[in-house]
Design a binder for this molecule. Sequence first.
Ligand SMILES: Nc1ncnc2c1ncn2[C@@H]1O[C@H](COP(=O)(O)OP(=O)(O)O)[C@@H](O)[C@H]1O
Ligand SMILES: [Mg+2]
Length: 237
Amino acid sequence: MARVIAFVNQKGGVGKTTNTVNLAAIAGQALGTRDGQSQVLVVSTDPQASAVWWSDRVDEDQLPFDFHQCDDRPEDLARLKQLEQYQYVLVDTPGNIEDEKILSATLDSTDEVVVPVPPEAMAFTPAKRTIEKVLEPRGIPYRVLITDWDPRDGTVDLEQTQEYVDSNDWPRLLTVVRHYKIHTRAAAEGQVCTQYPRGRIALEAREDFFRLAVELGIGGRPLPKQARKTSAVKGSI
Ligand SMILES: Nc1ncnc2c1ncn2[C@@H]1O[C@H](COP(=O)(O)OP(=O)(O)O)[C@@H](O)[C@H]1O
Ligand SMILES: [Mg+2]
């Protein structure tokens, strides 16, 4: 069974697509292929399909994950967890969640939601609405991800955002995804972070998605069935 993680925030431009595809790239590369098949699937439920536009520009062979656009077939979304061939399914959702059926189908199949929030006061109310009106009533586990923080701006906004999240008792990921021009340009150039040119900046920019992957517990292949039995026996001694 696949583990499904959805990126949800009712505000547009907060980094849902950027974080989904770059995390998927890191995860896809780390997990490699099994029987020639990628272990990671990105699903976009955004009818504006920025991710599709983006994926069309990427050299398909270079993409370390599979991609599926699904904005009008809730029945497909209901089956996400049953996709045996994938270990992880990352769902990119639209900013204006108008299609209730698509949203419900997505959230019904989702194990965990990541709520990307940039460190700016204008992003607080939409985040609150998303969490209190959409996620908490459904009892879906979620964590806030502070994202697109530019270290050159200093730490005041970052700290204010962390305090706001903590004062609401919302679970918060420790990883902060920093702002890098290379991420902004990448979408326009049809690249994901695993394809960035060599160099210090690219390495730093990519590092945040490695951290995020580790914090979300993404990575490592499941043990083959036989090995699992053996380790269970050992563990029970
Ligand atoms: N960490 C980041 N560094 C640089 N630019 C970013 C970062 N995160 C998002 N952006 C840029 O901000 C804009 C909005 O991000 P996007 O992922 O499309 O948001 P959403 O999917 O929530 O609408 C895009 O131009 C994207 O390239
Ligand atoms: Mg988007």
